[in-house]
Design a protein around this ligand. Sequence first.
Ligand code: ATP
Length: 216
Amino acid sequence: MRKQFVVIGLGRFGTSVAKTLTSLGHEVLALDKNEQAVHDIMNDVTQAVQADAREEDTLRALGVRNLDVAVVAIGDDLEANILITLMLKEMGIPYVVAKARSAQHGKVLEKIGADKIVYPEQDMGIRLANNLIRTNVMDFIELSLDFSIFEIIAPSKFVGKTIGNLNLRALYKINVVAIKKGKERIVIAPGANELIEEKDILVIVCNKKALEKLPD
Ligand code: ATP
């Protein structure tokens, strides 16, 4: 469904959110007090406006209150970030996402009603670190640019469940072609009733993207 967004603050984060939403087919009003920032994004969003978002009248004149989602992407100016988040919630926007600098800042945003609080730098750092130390994949054979056969240590969330229970093909788009159980035993083409046990090695065929979605 096509949704209507307003993105306030067109730094690197806000710009990237606004452009991505537009490229996904949504309507995006991009707002910044800085003329250059507005000019730079003009051709990549539905509407770009130069305005100070602390001015409630301006937000009302732009019809912001009727939009589905607001993203407050102002970083340095804490006061503006908090005030604008509060105003947007008071206007009745159903879903307001605010960018926080610190845990304390996040707490304030939560108290004033932000529906989602993001910490872009921290989140990116955590994701990268997890990616770097992900040890689940033991080996792989590339079948094509996208698909590979991987050997992964069974994620702990899978242990004690059957392949059927986990609904792996539907949920993660992965096919389990074999399960190595210790050094001696291997179950080829396991059926839906096959139980996954601790330390099992799963031999799977899947898209690399699907692999990233698997739990650790
Ligand atoms: P990033 O890390 O995403 O690049 P940042 O955290 O450094 O950004 P800032 O540069 O502080 O964030 O703010 C992002 C944008 O928000 C700036 O382009 C700034 O002009 C804009 N901005 C700040 N205050 C307001 C305001 N009151 N109304 C509209 N835009 C604002």
